[in-house]
Design a protein around this ligand. Structure first.
Ligand SMILES: Cc1cc2nc3c(=O)[nH]c(=O)nc-3n(C[C@H](O)[C@H](O)[C@H](O)COP(=O)(O)OP(=O)(O)OC[C@H]3O[C@@H](n4cnc5c(N)ncnc54)[C@H](O)[C@@H]3O)c2cc1C
Length: 545
């Protein structure tokens, strides 16, 4: 994401750009063909690293999509980005039941038949009542007041105090009801962004929670989302590579970007405080005017050599950043699901599962489009916790075989989804499944594509897109950005920032690439101004008691 975005901005501004890619263009955002599954003129079954979610507060990726033209007219955003107007909340606990809820007024209108259906109403009432019993009103009010603290904290406090506070400590889960910790404190972290609530930064989690909530209200004009028409949850209506990455690469090629595949950077040579060349994995070298290191954190760390740190000591912080596992699995099913297009949050499941049935939102006949004709839907699930024991084998995912993972995920998702009036998941309907190929066993389990996590205090170690090395720039979801969360949006913003830093280094008169702020409600400004004074005076936030 960061590399393609930097290439896009630079090629439009007259630079000659070469992208070196050792594995797959699209990186962690790519989708892929499940090998050996294409039959009778149909496409292979669509596999993916993990399903893609584009919240209403995203601005950079969607603006890039608008600048990718498609054969037959239109652009990626117009033709492929669609709203998902309902959500299924399922729980891994007896007494709760999976409930389909509208995400907007139009979501309610369009899917009223499913939402007010007797089973769903009963599930919603049961779940709502149990929630009220399990989480006392004063705890709910307390949680809301913690989000309000983030909303009304000045930037200095957010960076100086909340950045260094783990989310679980910030929302003070200790001593509160188990449901408070599980569903309020845990939902925004594990289910949403693969972060652990006891290590994630309160600033990162609080800010993204705020951005999601405010974009849903429609009070922020700059976001596409609103209370009436929705858009707080968006997806692509086809596999990510078909809809977005492939047309993007084609467009960049047409504009003149050179792609060198099966090739990556092995080392940056430093001389006189500048990069004097890059050594490639094949042994060749590259001599360029400017270098953008847009590889993931785990691949960047070994390249942060004493030579690089000698030229820019701040780069040493990269070694202190952390990543974690979040990986997708797809179940290909013989029956098309009839639940409305929705993301599924299976709250409280040991492996922190989220999912999405794809046939209905993609509006596609799977049987005539993909596979051998027997598959009618795909349930794509992200596994965000690889360390907690599961319910079938009592082992964490990291200690399971591939088959055990597939069975365990299905069992956990079924337990959460089938606890209402209907059996929504039936194992006899699984035709086949596909776990992301980046997870391998040889013989130890390994994940070739871990995801950077925004742990408390990590901001100080995160690099900026420009460095003190005048011809060296960094892109990736680990770079400091406005959204401040390891996402495609953050990576895209980092690519733009790297491009802008190159424009500055090259003394270019070209217009800089747009970098969007994370918008917040203007009416909160007076509270933030007051908090600025209090923070300067060493006083706590006025709601922090
Ligand atoms: C399961 C899962 C689901 C996710 N879902 C979402 C979502 O719904 N919404 C969202 O916004 N984000 C999501 N994310 C996060 C998002 O995918 C990443 O934050 C984003 O892809 C990061 O982009 P990047 O450019 O920093 O890195 P990557 O996507 O990792 O790309 C880096 C590229 O660098 C290449 N590379 C590696 N080594 C070298 C080298 N030595 N030289 C040159 N190139 C190299 C890699 O092959 C890769 O192509 C998800 C992540 C996961 C794991």
């Amino acid at each position: 994401m960061a590399g393609l975005s930097a290439a896009h901005e630079l090629i439009e501004r007259g630079f000659r750009v070469t992208v070196y890619e050792p594995a797959y263009l699209g990186g962690k955002a790519r989708s892929h063909d499940v090998p050996g599954t294409a039959r009778g003129g149909r496409m292979a079954l669509p596999g993916e690293h993990g399903f893609r979610f584009f919240p209403g507060c995203y601005q950079h990726v969607t603006e890039s999509m608008e600048r990718i033209p498609l054969r037959g007219g239109g652009n990626v955003k117009d033709r492929h980005l669609i709203n998902v107007e309902t959500a299924v909340i399922a729980f891994d606990e007896a007494g709760y039941a999976p409930t389909t809820a509208p995400a907007s007024i139009m979501g309610f209108v369009d899917h009223a038949a499913d939402i007010v259906e007797l089973d769903n109403l009963r599930n919603a009432l049961m779940t709502g009542l149990k929630f009220v019993v399990d989480i006392p009103p004063h705890e709910l009010a307390y949680f809301v007041s913690r989000e309000l603290i983030i909303a009304t904290s000045c930037q200095q406090r957010r960076l100086g105090q909340w950045e260094n506070t783990p989310w679980i400590q910030f929302v003070k889960a200790k001593g509160k009801s188990p449901a408070y910790e599980r569903y309020l404190a845990g939902a925004l972290t594990r289910a949403l962004v693969a972060a652990k609530s006891h290590t994630a930064s309160a600033r990162t989690i609080g800010q993204i929670g705020l951005a999601l909530a405010t974009s849903a209200t429609g009070l922020i004009g700059q976001y596409d989302a609103g209370l009436v028409n929705g858009g707080v949850d968006r997806i692509l209506n086809a596999p990510t590579n078909h809809a977005w990455i492939d047309p993007w690469v084609t467009h960049l090629r047409t504009r003149g970007v050179r792609f060198v595949m099966n090739e990556g950077v092995a080392d940056f040579a430093v001389s006189g405080g500048r990069i004097s060349g890059a050594r490639l994995q094949s042994g060749g070298t590259v001599d360029a005017d400017w270098y953008v290191a847009a590889m993931p954190l785990d691949r960047l760390k070994p390249l942060v050599t004493p030579g690089l740190v000698g030229a820019d000591p701040l780069l040493a912080g990269i070694r202190g950043l952390e990543d974690d596992w979040m990986v997708g699995i797809q179940y290909f099913l013989s029956r098309r699901s009839d639940i409305p297009p929705s993301h599924i949050a299976a709250l409280g499941t040991p492996w922190a599962l989220t999912g999405l049935f794809q046939a209905r939102p993609w509006n596609v006949d799977f049987a005539t489009t993909y596979g051998d004709g027997s598959v009618r839907d795909c349930l794509s699930i992200d596994i965000s916790d690889w360390e907690k024991p599961g319910i079938l084998y009592g082992k964490p995912a990291k200690r399971c075989t591939k088959q055990e993972i597939a069975r365990e995920v299905w069992a956990q998702m079924s337990r959460a989804m089938n606890s209402g009036g209907k059996k929504l998941l039936r194992s006899e309907e699984i035709v086949t499944w596909s776990l992301d190929p980046s997870v391998t066993w040889s013989p130890q389990i390994a994940n070739a594509t871990p995801l950077m996590v925004n742990t408390a205090g990590s901001y100080r170690n995160r690099p900026t897109a420009h460095t003190r090395i005048p011809n060296f720039f960094i892109g990736g979801d680990h770079v400091r950005t406005n959204i401040d969360l390891a996402t495609m949006e953050g990576a895209n913003e980092s690519g733009r920032r790297a491009a802008n830093a190159i424009l500055a280094a090259a003394d270019s008169s070209a217009r800089p690439a747009t970098v969007f702020p994370l918008w917040e409600l203007p009416m909160l400004e007076p509270f933030k101004a007051e908090d600025r004074k209090r923070y300067k005076a060493g006083q706590p936030h006025f709601l922090d008691f």
